[in-house]
Each structure stands twice: as structure tokens, then as C-alpha cells.
Design a protein around this ligand. Structure first.
Ligand SMILES: NC(=O)c1ccc[n+]([C@@H]2O[C@H](COP(=O)([O-])OP(=O)(O)OC[C@H]3O[C@@H](n4cnc5c(N)ncnc54)[C@H](OP(=O)(O)O)[C@@H]3O)[C@@H](O)[C@H]2O)c1
Length: 426
């Protein structure tokens, strides 16, 4: 039991949002007594939010008693959804039902995401309490949004470990962040997410440091790479963006469980993308091995897989009552090197428009930082976050059967047979 009061707090954009104060950490916490409900309940709260039904928490309150308090606690983060973003989301979902080729779908989704971004408010990060004593691992933390995330968390006092595949860039990032933040606890450890061996080595090196692990940010990624395979023979988008992070998270999950506390959960933050709305995931075609290969389709698929993975991970964490949460974030359309594989026409268009339409890497990193450090998200898992708000992800991402099957296939592909997996494989 816990006491709870609802209040409206003002936000940077002046629209205000609902917040609740409780004597225990909010959201998902209650689900820990109900193993099967975990992520689904958080997903339900997200669905309410995404559906634009701001009155849901009040409606739930009227049911009275503990259930209403629980529902309200899940609504901690409910804000008025941006109507344009809701429209864009719907349009992107409709696109996924069309027969358009993946390339057109991804570009159409990109245009919708850009429009929504252009006309919606920019998310300004609030100030967070000091994070001294916490340890974070950030994949791809040497450049782009990963670098901004590493720098911000370091500034908050976290011990930051950058996991990256480029030693020179990584050490340069460490030096700059140390200088800028005056936090000496920034390190680089080599980790090539396209290699299962390298990921396992990275985890061993990290464990040798005898540090706890409070935050894991699955940020690294590639986009639109030509058809090629990872060291282990997986299509690169799927193998690196998704399977690499699947393996890394599973290898770290016990450490995260040990490091989290009931009032201070460890957190897994996974960077997805609006392209997941138009992604297709066929379990018999995960490797995109058909003769027609679409790098656009492969990227969207990997980002959809990350959302399914996040929800299934949260199910497991809640069922085992671990003080760990898992959320997926959508950074928006951001001006980074991720677009380096565009064709020349795409590069010219991006060069001419990005300065106006795209977010800066700092802006793009804001939601991941929010998910990693915000007290508002204490105990909250199984959400898809955009601009610091819960939002509804693609319908297919809530398919629990697909989540379970993808998890089982991923275990086989990566050779994971940990506690997290054994329960889920059954
Ligand atoms: N930019 C956008 O508009 C956008 C939109 C939605 C989602 N996202 C997602 O946001 C995340 C960050 O991307 P970004 O935009 O910041 O792009 P970025 O600047 O290209 O950063 C990607 C990071 O991933 C690293 N990486 C690539 N391959 C790797 C490997 N094999 N092993 C380890 N690290 C590897 C890169 O390092 P190297 O370059 O040294 O290989 C780089 O540090 C990605 O997951 C991306 O899909 C981006």
C-alpha cells in the first residue's frame, strides 16, 4: 500500500501535465506482485496516453481503492499528446499496412516524423539530481547522440563507460568529456557490436573492474548499410543494431539486477526509431536473405525488433520482481553521421535541409538521458518514449506472442541461455 496524490505540474511548454506523488516509486512497481501483467500494464498506460485520452487516469480514479491508485501511478507521465505527433504516428502505422516497398515506406515515415518534429515543441531536459555513485555503459558513446548522452550523464556525476568499436575516437571522446565535465570517471572499452566474441570480451573486461552497473544505454547503430554480414553471419542491421544489444543486455542483466534497488532501479534504455512503425518482422526472414534486399527494410526491422525486445525484457524483469526497468526511446530525426550511407541525392537533400528540419545531436539525446536519469521514471518500464513522453509504439510491437517468439529465436542465434531466457523460452 502507498499513499498517492495527483497534481498538475507546469512544463517548459506551458501545457502542464499530470504527476503523482507517492510514498513508493510509481508505475510497474505494483505489477511485481502480478507476474504476467508487467510490461503489458505499462504498455496499457502508454496506449491510453497515445490514444489521446487524457481522462483515463481520472476515470480510473473513480473506480476507487487501490486499483485506481495503481492506475494513477502508471499515469505519472501522462501528458497531453501532441496532436500532430499522434497524426504522424497514425499515418506511419497506416503506411505499414500498404504494399509500398520498404524504401518508400521508410522515406514516407521520415517525412511524417520530420513534420511532426517541426511543428511540435522541442523537449527541454529538466535538471536532474546528482547521479554520483552510478555507473553507466553507453554503446556507440563516442559520437553523435551517444557522445551527447555520455557527456550529459558524466556531467551529472555518473561513472561512464563508452563501448565503441573505434579506439581512437573513443579515447578522444573520453579526453574531451573529462575536460568538459571535470569528471575523471569516463572510460572507453572496445566493443564491436557486430561481433559476439567482442561483446563477450567487453563484458568480461567490464566485470573485471568490479563495478556495479546501474544504466545500460543500447544506443549504437548503423543505417542503410549495403547487404553484408556480421562476423557471426547475421545481416548487419539485424545483427548489430538488434542481436548485438540483445546479447549485451542479457550478459549484463544479472549485474543490473544486483545493482538496482527497490527505490532506485537499474535501467536499460534502448534507442529505437520512428522507422519501427513501418518495420516488418518476419521470423522466417530475419536475415533478409531473399534475393531482394532492402537496407531500408532491414533497418526498420531491426528497430522494430528492439521495441519488441524491450517489452519482453520488461515482462521478465517484472515477473522476477527485479529492480530493473527497460524502456525504448525514439530520438526523432537527428543530424548525425547515421545518414552517411544515403545515396548522393539523399546526401544533397539532407545537407540542404538538416540545419532547419533535423534535431541537433544534443536535442536527439534528450529522451535517452531522460530515460536514464529522470526521477519521474523511477520504477517505470515497458514504455516507448518520444520527446520525454510516453507514446504508443507500432501495434505489432504489443503482440506478446511475437515478443516471445523473437526472444526465443534471438536466444538461439546468440547462444544466450541465462535466467532471463529460460523463463521466456518456455
Ligand atoms: N540520427 C537519427 O535521425 C536517428 C533517428 C532515430 C534513431 N536513431 C538511432 O540513434 C542511435 C544513435 O545514432 P546516431 O544518430 O547518433 O548516429 P551516429 O553518430 O552514426 O552514431 C552511431 C554510433 O554507433 C556506433 N557503432 C556503429 N557500428 C558499431 C559497432 N559495430 N560496434 C560498436 N559501435 C558501433 C558508431 O561508431 P562508429 O561510427 O565509430 O562505427 C557511433 O558511435 C542509433 O541506434 C540510431 O539508429 C538515430
Amino acid at each position: 500500500m502507498f499513499s498517492l496524490s495527483l497534481r498538475r505540474v507546469s512544463t517548459a511548454d506551458g501545457r502542464g501535465r499530470l504527476a503523482c506523488d507517492s510514498s513508493q516509486a510509481p508505475a510497474c512497481r505494483e505489477d511485481r506482485g502480478e507476474p504476467s501483467a508487467s510490461g503489458r500494464n505499462c504498455g496499457a498506460a502508454a496506449r491510453v496516453s497515445a490514444g489521446g485520452c487524457e481522462t483515463a487516469p481520472q476515470r480510473r480514479l473513480s473506480r476507487g481503492g487501490e486499483e485506481a491508485a495503481r492506475a494513477l501511478s502508471r499515469a505519472t507521465l501522462l501528458r497531453l499528446p501532441c496532436p500532430l505527433w499522434a497524426a504522424a504516428r497514425t499515418a506511419m502505422s497506416l503506411l505499414s499496412a500498404t504494399l509500398l516497398p520498404p524504401l518508400l515506406r521508410v522515406y514516407a515515415a521520415g517525412v511524417w516524423a520530420l513534420l511532426a518534429q517541426l511543428f511540435s515543441r522541442r523537449f527541454a531536459l529538466p535538471a536532474f539530481p546528482s547521479q554520483h555513485g552510478k555507473v553507466a555503459v553507453i554503446t556507440g558513446g563516442a559520437k553523435g547522440m551517444g557522445y551527447c548522452t555520455s557527456r550529459h550523464l558524466s556531467r551529472l556525476g555518473m561513472h561512464v563507460i563508452i563501448a565503441g568499436n573505434n579506439e581512437r575516437e573513443g579515447q578522444e571522446a573520453v579526453r574531451t568529456i573529462r575536460e568538459e565535465t571535470l569528471n575523471e570517471k569516463v572510460e572507453f572499452i572496445h566493443c564491436d557490436l557486430a561481433s559476439m566474441k567482442s561483446i563477450r570480451n567487453f563484458v568480461l573486461q567490464f566485470k573485471a573492474k568490479n563495478l556495479p552497473l546501474h544504466v545500460l544505454i543500447n544506443n549504437a547503430g548503423v543505417m542503410l548499410v549495403p547487404k553484408r554480414m556480421t562476423e557471426d553471419g547475421f545481416e548487419e542491421h539485424f545483427g548489430l543494431n538488434y542481436l548485438g544489444h540483445f546479447l549485451l543486455t542479457n550478459l549484463f542483466v544479472e549485474m543490473l539486477k544486483e545493482s538496482g534497488r527497490q527505490d532506485c532501479s537499474a535501467r536499460v534504455v534502448t534507442v529505437s526509431s520512428a522507422t519501427h512503425y513501418v518495420g516488418e518482422l518476419r521470423l522466417d526472414e530475419l536475415q533478409n536473405s531473399s534475393c531482394y534486399y532492402s537496407s531500408h527494410g532491414a533497418y526498420a526491422q531491426s528497430k522494430l525488433a528492439l521495441v519488441l525486445f524491450t517489452y519482453q525484457l520488461q515482462h521478465h524483469l517484472t515477473a522476477t520482481r527485479c529492480p530493473v526497468t527497460a524502456n525504448a526511446v525514439d530520438p526523432g530525426v537527428v543530424n548525425t553521421e547515421l545518414y552517411k550511407n544515403l545515396n548522393w541525392a539523399g546526401k544533397v537533400i539532407k545537407w540542404m535541409t538538416a540545419w532547419f528540419f533535423f534535431k541537433t545531436p544534443e536535442e536527439g539525446a534528450a529522451t535517452a538521458i531522460f530515460a536514464a536519469a529522470s526521477p519521474e521514471l523511477e520504477g517505470v518500464g515497458g514504455c516507448y518514449l518520444y520527446n520525454g513522453e510516453r507514446t504508443r509504439s507500432a501495434d505489432i510491437s504489443y503482440d506478446e506472442d511475437l515478443q516471445r517468439k523473437l526472444w526465443a529465436v534471438s536466444c538461439k542465434m546468440t547462444g544466450v541461455h541465462g535466467a532471463a531466457s529460460s523463463r521466456l523460452e518456455n
